[in-house]
Design a binder for this molecule. Structure first.
Ligand code: SF4
Length: 342
Protein backbone atom coordinates (compact mmCIF):
# COMPACT_ATOMS: atom_id res chain seq x y z
CA UNK A 1 0.00 0.00 0.00
CA UNK A 2 3.10 2.22 0.21
CA UNK A 3 2.85 2.45 -3.58
CA UNK A 4 -0.82 3.38 -3.25
CA UNK A 5 0.01 6.19 -0.80
CA UNK A 6 2.60 7.56 -3.21
CA UNK A 7 0.11 7.46 -6.11
CA UNK A 8 -2.57 9.14 -3.97
CA UNK A 9 -0.05 11.88 -3.08
CA UNK A 10 0.67 12.46 -6.78
CA UNK A 11 -3.05 12.67 -7.51
CA UNK A 12 -3.40 15.35 -4.79
CA UNK A 13 -0.49 17.27 -6.32
CA UNK A 14 -2.01 17.20 -9.83
CA UNK A 15 -5.71 17.78 -9.29
CA UNK A 16 -6.20 21.51 -9.84
CA UNK A 17 -9.84 21.62 -10.97
CA UNK A 18 -13.09 19.63 -10.70
CA UNK A 19 -12.75 16.27 -12.41
CA UNK A 20 -15.40 13.55 -12.63
CA UNK A 21 -14.55 10.10 -13.88
CA UNK A 22 -16.98 7.26 -14.52
CA UNK A 23 -16.23 3.59 -14.17
CA UNK A 24 -18.42 1.03 -15.91
CA UNK A 25 -17.90 -1.98 -13.72
CA UNK A 26 -19.58 -3.20 -10.53
CA UNK A 27 -16.34 -4.88 -9.48
CA UNK A 28 -14.60 -1.50 -9.61
CA UNK A 29 -17.30 0.03 -7.39
CA UNK A 30 -16.98 -2.84 -4.92
CA UNK A 31 -13.18 -2.47 -4.78
CA UNK A 32 -13.38 1.33 -4.46
CA UNK A 33 -15.86 0.98 -1.57
CA UNK A 34 -14.09 -1.90 0.18
CA UNK A 35 -10.73 -0.14 0.20
CA UNK A 36 -12.08 3.32 1.00
CA UNK A 37 -10.48 4.78 -2.10
CA UNK A 38 -12.78 7.82 -2.26
CA UNK A 39 -11.52 8.83 1.21
CA UNK A 40 -7.93 9.27 -0.01
CA UNK A 41 -8.83 11.38 -3.05
CA UNK A 42 -8.93 15.18 -3.22
CA UNK A 43 -12.38 16.72 -2.92
CA UNK A 44 -12.30 17.97 -6.49
CA UNK A 45 -11.97 14.45 -7.88
CA UNK A 46 -15.23 12.49 -8.08
CA UNK A 47 -15.81 8.91 -9.20
CA UNK A 48 -19.30 8.06 -10.40
CA UNK A 49 -20.76 4.71 -11.36
CA UNK A 50 -22.07 3.91 -14.79
CA UNK A 51 -24.05 0.99 -16.20
CA UNK A 52 -21.49 -1.61 -15.13
CA UNK A 53 -23.65 -4.13 -13.30
CA UNK A 54 -25.14 -6.60 -15.79
CA UNK A 55 -27.97 -7.61 -13.47
CA UNK A 56 -28.89 -3.99 -12.71
CA UNK A 57 -29.12 -2.95 -16.35
CA UNK A 58 -31.42 -5.85 -17.26
CA UNK A 59 -34.76 -4.09 -17.73
CA UNK A 60 -37.97 -5.14 -16.08
CA UNK A 61 -39.41 -6.41 -19.37
CA UNK A 62 -36.68 -9.07 -19.53
CA UNK A 63 -37.35 -10.17 -15.93
CA UNK A 64 -41.04 -10.42 -16.90
CA UNK A 65 -40.07 -12.57 -19.90
CA UNK A 66 -38.18 -14.93 -17.56
CA UNK A 67 -41.28 -15.08 -15.33
CA UNK A 68 -43.38 -15.95 -18.38
CA UNK A 69 -41.08 -18.92 -19.01
CA UNK A 70 -41.73 -20.07 -15.44
CA UNK A 71 -45.48 -19.87 -16.22
CA UNK A 72 -44.87 -22.07 -19.28
CA UNK A 73 -43.58 -24.76 -16.90
CA UNK A 74 -39.96 -24.39 -17.99
CA UNK A 75 -37.09 -24.99 -15.62
CA UNK A 76 -35.45 -21.56 -15.48
CA UNK A 77 -31.76 -21.53 -14.61
CA UNK A 78 -29.69 -18.43 -13.98
CA UNK A 79 -27.14 -16.73 -11.73
CA UNK A 80 -28.08 -16.17 -8.07
CA UNK A 81 -27.94 -12.39 -8.37
CA UNK A 82 -30.85 -12.31 -10.80
CA UNK A 83 -33.23 -14.26 -8.59
CA UNK A 84 -34.49 -11.42 -6.42
CA UNK A 85 -34.63 -8.68 -9.04
CA UNK A 86 -38.23 -7.46 -9.01
CA UNK A 87 -40.28 -7.82 -12.19
CA UNK A 88 -43.80 -6.44 -12.67
CA UNK A 89 -45.28 -9.27 -10.60
CA UNK A 90 -42.65 -10.50 -8.20
CA UNK A 91 -39.27 -12.04 -8.81
CA UNK A 92 -37.98 -15.38 -10.02
CA UNK A 93 -37.37 -16.30 -6.39
CA UNK A 94 -40.99 -15.64 -5.39
CA UNK A 95 -42.48 -17.13 -8.55
CA UNK A 96 -43.07 -20.58 -7.05
CA UNK A 97 -41.74 -22.18 -10.22
CA UNK A 98 -38.79 -24.47 -10.83
CA UNK A 99 -36.03 -21.84 -10.76
CA UNK A 100 -32.49 -23.02 -10.23
CA UNK A 101 -29.30 -21.14 -9.43
CA UNK A 102 -26.37 -22.24 -11.56
CA UNK A 103 -22.75 -21.16 -11.69
CA UNK A 104 -22.74 -21.00 -15.46
CA UNK A 105 -24.39 -22.06 -18.69
CA UNK A 106 -22.72 -25.50 -18.66
CA UNK A 107 -24.59 -26.37 -15.44
CA UNK A 108 -27.88 -25.41 -17.07
CA UNK A 109 -27.04 -27.76 -19.96
CA UNK A 110 -26.35 -30.52 -17.42
CA UNK A 111 -29.86 -29.98 -16.04
CA UNK A 112 -31.32 -30.24 -19.57
CA UNK A 113 -29.49 -33.54 -20.08
CA UNK A 114 -31.07 -34.94 -16.92
CA UNK A 115 -34.71 -34.11 -17.72
CA UNK A 116 -37.25 -34.09 -20.53
CA UNK A 117 -38.65 -30.73 -19.43
CA UNK A 118 -37.68 -27.54 -21.22
CA UNK A 119 -34.72 -25.80 -19.57
CA UNK A 120 -34.05 -22.11 -20.24
CA UNK A 121 -30.87 -20.35 -19.15
CA UNK A 122 -31.42 -16.64 -18.53
CA UNK A 123 -28.16 -15.41 -19.97
CA UNK A 124 -27.09 -12.01 -18.64
CA UNK A 125 -23.70 -10.35 -18.79
CA UNK A 126 -21.35 -8.29 -20.91
CA UNK A 127 -18.65 -9.41 -23.32
CA UNK A 128 -17.07 -11.30 -20.41
CA UNK A 129 -19.74 -14.01 -20.27
CA UNK A 130 -21.14 -14.12 -23.81
CA UNK A 131 -18.15 -16.04 -25.31
CA UNK A 132 -18.61 -18.87 -22.78
CA UNK A 133 -22.29 -19.12 -23.66
CA UNK A 134 -21.37 -19.13 -27.35
CA UNK A 135 -18.80 -21.90 -26.85
CA UNK A 136 -21.43 -23.97 -25.04
CA UNK A 137 -24.01 -23.55 -27.81
CA UNK A 138 -21.40 -24.62 -30.36
CA UNK A 139 -21.26 -28.00 -28.58
CA UNK A 140 -24.93 -28.46 -29.62
CA UNK A 141 -26.75 -28.95 -26.29
CA UNK A 142 -29.92 -31.11 -26.20
CA UNK A 143 -33.13 -29.94 -27.94
CA UNK A 144 -34.87 -29.15 -24.65
CA UNK A 145 -32.28 -26.44 -23.89
CA UNK A 146 -32.47 -22.78 -24.87
CA UNK A 147 -31.30 -19.39 -23.64
CA UNK A 148 -33.03 -16.09 -23.03
CA UNK A 149 -30.34 -13.76 -24.31
CA UNK A 150 -30.11 -10.65 -22.11
CA UNK A 151 -26.49 -9.85 -23.00
CA UNK A 152 -25.21 -6.32 -23.41
CA UNK A 153 -22.17 -4.71 -25.06
CA UNK A 154 -20.39 -1.88 -23.23
CA UNK A 155 -19.19 0.52 -26.00
CA UNK A 156 -22.68 1.39 -27.37
CA UNK A 157 -23.81 2.40 -23.87
CA UNK A 158 -20.71 4.57 -23.45
CA UNK A 159 -21.46 6.20 -26.79
CA UNK A 160 -25.02 6.94 -25.64
CA UNK A 161 -23.81 8.44 -22.36
CA UNK A 162 -21.32 10.68 -24.14
CA UNK A 163 -23.94 11.83 -26.64
CA UNK A 164 -26.27 12.89 -23.79
CA UNK A 165 -23.51 14.71 -21.91
CA UNK A 166 -25.71 14.78 -18.83
CA UNK A 167 -23.11 13.57 -16.31
CA UNK A 168 -20.34 16.15 -17.13
CA UNK A 169 -17.69 13.48 -17.36
CA UNK A 170 -13.97 14.15 -17.79
CA UNK A 171 -13.02 10.56 -18.53
CA UNK A 172 -13.76 6.88 -18.16
CA UNK A 173 -12.15 4.06 -16.25
CA UNK A 174 -12.75 1.15 -18.60
CA UNK A 175 -13.84 -2.23 -17.26
CA UNK A 176 -10.76 -4.44 -16.82
CA UNK A 177 -12.64 -7.73 -17.06
CA UNK A 178 -14.48 -6.80 -20.24
CA UNK A 179 -11.29 -5.43 -21.83
CA UNK A 180 -9.47 -8.69 -21.06
CA UNK A 181 -11.82 -10.24 -23.64
CA UNK A 182 -12.49 -7.36 -26.03
CA UNK A 183 -9.23 -5.41 -25.84
CA UNK A 184 -9.68 -1.66 -26.06
CA UNK A 185 -9.35 -0.77 -29.75
CA UNK A 186 -13.13 -0.35 -29.97
CA UNK A 187 -12.99 2.42 -27.35
CA UNK A 188 -10.60 4.52 -29.42
CA UNK A 189 -13.65 6.05 -31.16
CA UNK A 190 -14.39 8.08 -28.00
CA UNK A 191 -12.63 11.46 -27.78
CA UNK A 192 -12.25 11.48 -23.98
CA UNK A 193 -9.51 10.43 -21.55
CA UNK A 194 -9.77 6.69 -20.87
CA UNK A 195 -7.78 4.21 -18.81
CA UNK A 196 -8.07 0.44 -18.57
CA UNK A 197 -7.74 -0.40 -14.88
CA UNK A 198 -7.48 -3.54 -12.79
CA UNK A 199 -9.11 -4.19 -9.43
CA UNK A 200 -6.44 -3.95 -6.73
CA UNK A 201 -6.38 -0.60 -4.87
CA UNK A 202 -3.05 0.33 -6.50
CA UNK A 203 -4.48 -0.51 -9.96
CA UNK A 204 -7.43 1.79 -9.41
CA UNK A 205 -5.32 4.62 -8.01
CA UNK A 206 -2.88 4.30 -10.91
CA UNK A 207 -5.81 4.41 -13.35
CA UNK A 208 -7.10 7.58 -11.69
CA UNK A 209 -3.63 9.16 -11.80
CA UNK A 210 -3.39 8.43 -15.53
CA UNK A 211 -6.81 10.00 -16.10
CA UNK A 212 -5.83 13.10 -14.13
CA UNK A 213 -2.63 13.38 -16.18
CA UNK A 214 -4.61 13.21 -19.45
CA UNK A 215 -6.98 15.94 -18.26
CA UNK A 216 -4.02 18.12 -17.26
CA UNK A 217 -2.40 17.55 -20.68
CA UNK A 218 -5.66 18.25 -22.52
CA UNK A 219 -5.17 14.84 -24.13
CA UNK A 220 -7.53 12.00 -24.91
CA UNK A 221 -6.12 8.55 -25.41
CA UNK A 222 -6.43 5.14 -23.83
CA UNK A 223 -3.76 4.34 -21.23
CA UNK A 224 -3.46 0.77 -20.09
CA UNK A 225 -2.98 0.50 -16.32
CA UNK A 226 -3.72 -3.23 -16.42
CA UNK A 227 -1.18 -4.62 -18.91
CA UNK A 228 -0.75 -7.87 -16.98
CA UNK A 229 -4.24 -8.89 -18.15
CA UNK A 230 -5.28 -6.61 -21.01
CA UNK A 231 -3.84 -5.92 -24.44
CA UNK A 232 -5.26 -3.69 -27.19
CA UNK A 233 -6.47 -6.60 -29.32
CA UNK A 234 -8.00 -8.62 -26.46
CA UNK A 235 -8.80 -12.29 -26.79
CA UNK A 236 -9.58 -12.66 -30.51
CA UNK A 237 -10.55 -16.30 -30.16
CA UNK A 238 -13.19 -15.48 -27.54
CA UNK A 239 -14.55 -12.59 -29.62
CA UNK A 240 -14.69 -14.74 -32.76
CA UNK A 241 -16.63 -17.40 -30.85
CA UNK A 242 -19.03 -14.75 -29.57
CA UNK A 243 -19.75 -13.35 -33.03
CA UNK A 244 -20.00 -16.83 -34.56
CA UNK A 245 -23.08 -17.43 -32.40
CA UNK A 246 -24.44 -13.95 -31.61
CA UNK A 247 -25.04 -10.78 -33.59
CA UNK A 248 -25.63 -7.23 -32.27
CA UNK A 249 -29.21 -6.16 -31.65
CA UNK A 250 -30.99 -2.99 -30.57
CA UNK A 251 -32.09 -3.31 -26.95
CA UNK A 252 -33.31 -1.27 -24.02
CA UNK A 253 -31.19 -1.03 -20.87
CA UNK A 254 -32.70 -0.29 -17.47
CA UNK A 255 -32.57 3.47 -17.19
CA UNK A 256 -31.72 3.90 -20.87
CA UNK A 257 -33.83 3.88 -24.02
CA UNK A 258 -33.22 1.36 -26.80
CA UNK A 259 -29.51 1.67 -27.66
CA UNK A 260 -28.64 0.59 -31.21
CA UNK A 261 -26.36 -2.43 -31.44
CA UNK A 262 -25.98 -2.75 -27.67
CA UNK A 263 -27.43 -6.24 -27.21
CA UNK A 264 -26.63 -9.70 -28.50
CA UNK A 265 -29.17 -11.98 -30.14
CA UNK A 266 -28.58 -15.46 -31.49
CA UNK A 267 -27.81 -15.74 -35.19
CA UNK A 268 -30.52 -17.48 -37.28
CA UNK A 269 -28.52 -20.72 -37.45
CA UNK A 270 -28.81 -20.99 -33.64
CA UNK A 271 -32.51 -20.05 -33.47
CA UNK A 272 -33.41 -23.48 -32.06
CA UNK A 273 -31.69 -22.33 -28.85
CA UNK A 274 -33.47 -18.97 -28.75
CA UNK A 275 -36.12 -19.10 -26.01
CA UNK A 276 -37.83 -15.98 -27.38
CA UNK A 277 -38.44 -17.73 -30.71
CA UNK A 278 -39.14 -21.15 -29.20
CA UNK A 279 -41.80 -19.83 -26.81
CA UNK A 280 -42.95 -16.76 -28.76
CA UNK A 281 -41.88 -14.33 -26.04
CA UNK A 282 -41.29 -10.63 -26.63
CA UNK A 283 -39.36 -8.21 -24.45
CA UNK A 284 -41.83 -5.45 -23.58
CA UNK A 285 -41.04 -2.00 -22.24
CA UNK A 286 -42.38 -1.55 -18.69
CA UNK A 287 -42.85 1.90 -17.18
CA UNK A 288 -41.39 2.45 -13.74
CA UNK A 289 -43.94 2.76 -10.91
CA UNK A 290 -41.75 3.09 -7.81
CA UNK A 291 -39.59 5.89 -6.41
CA UNK A 292 -36.48 3.83 -7.22
CA UNK A 293 -33.85 5.94 -9.00
CA UNK A 294 -31.70 3.05 -10.26
CA UNK A 295 -32.07 4.55 -13.74
CA UNK A 296 -30.26 7.72 -12.61
CA UNK A 297 -27.66 5.80 -10.57
CA UNK A 298 -26.85 3.70 -13.65
CA UNK A 299 -26.34 6.86 -15.73
CA UNK A 300 -23.99 8.42 -13.18
CA UNK A 301 -26.32 11.38 -12.45
CA UNK A 302 -27.34 10.23 -8.95
CA UNK A 303 -25.72 8.31 -6.16
CA UNK A 304 -27.42 5.64 -4.07
CA UNK A 305 -28.05 7.87 -1.05
CA UNK A 306 -29.83 10.40 -3.27
CA UNK A 307 -32.67 7.86 -3.27
CA UNK A 308 -35.19 8.49 -0.51
CA UNK A 309 -35.79 4.74 -0.19
CA UNK A 310 -32.08 3.93 0.37
CA UNK A 311 -31.54 2.05 3.64
CA UNK A 312 -35.14 2.67 4.73
CA UNK A 313 -37.71 0.93 2.55
CA UNK A 314 -34.99 -0.47 0.29
CA UNK A 315 -32.34 -2.68 1.91
CA UNK A 316 -30.56 -5.85 0.78
CA UNK A 317 -33.29 -7.84 2.58
CA UNK A 318 -36.11 -5.82 1.03
CA UNK A 319 -34.76 -4.63 -2.34
CA UNK A 320 -36.99 -2.31 -4.34
CA UNK A 321 -34.66 -2.05 -7.34
CA UNK A 322 -31.95 -4.23 -8.89
CA UNK A 323 -29.08 -2.03 -7.68
CA UNK A 324 -29.86 -3.23 -4.12
CA UNK A 325 -29.98 -6.89 -5.19
CA UNK A 326 -26.81 -7.62 -7.08
CA UNK A 327 -23.38 -7.87 -5.48
CA UNK A 328 -22.26 -5.56 -8.28
CA UNK A 329 -25.11 -3.11 -7.68
CA UNK A 330 -24.13 0.34 -6.43
CA UNK A 331 -26.89 0.52 -3.79
CA UNK A 332 -26.04 -2.87 -2.30
CA UNK A 333 -22.34 -1.96 -2.23
CA UNK A 334 -22.97 1.44 -0.61
CA UNK A 335 -25.32 -0.17 1.92
CA UNK A 336 -22.79 -2.89 2.76
CA UNK A 337 -19.93 -0.44 3.29
CA UNK A 338 -22.18 2.29 4.76
CA UNK A 339 -21.00 4.86 2.26
CA UNK A 340 -22.35 8.38 2.04
CA UNK A 341 -21.97 11.04 -0.60
CA UNK A 342 -18.94 13.25 0.05
FE1 SF4 B 1 -33.54 1.70 -6.31
FE2 SF4 B 1 -33.25 0.88 -3.79
FE3 SF4 B 1 -31.21 1.97 -5.03
FE4 SF4 B 1 -33.29 3.46 -4.33
S1 SF4 B 1 -31.87 2.43 -2.94
S2 SF4 B 1 -32.19 3.50 -6.28
S3 SF4 B 1 -34.96 1.99 -4.58
S4 SF4 B 1 -32.23 0.04 -5.59
Amino acid sequence: MAVGKEIARKIHDLVDRDMTFMHICGTHEAAIARHGIRSVLPEQLKIVMGPGCPVCITPQGEIDAALELVDRDCIVATYGDLLRVPGSRGSLESSGGDVRVVQGVHKAVDIARSTEKEVVFVSVGFETTAPTVAATLLTRPPDNFSILSCHRLVPPAMKWLLEQGEASLHGFMLPGHVCTVTGYADYEQFPVPQVVAGFEPDDILLGLLMLVQQVREGAHRIDNAYPRAVCREGNRKAMDLMYQVFEPSDVEWRGFPVIPGSGLKLRPEFSMYDAQIKFGIEFKHVDKHTACICDKVLRGIAQPDDCKLFGKVCTPRTPVGPCMVSHEGACKIWHTYQLKKA
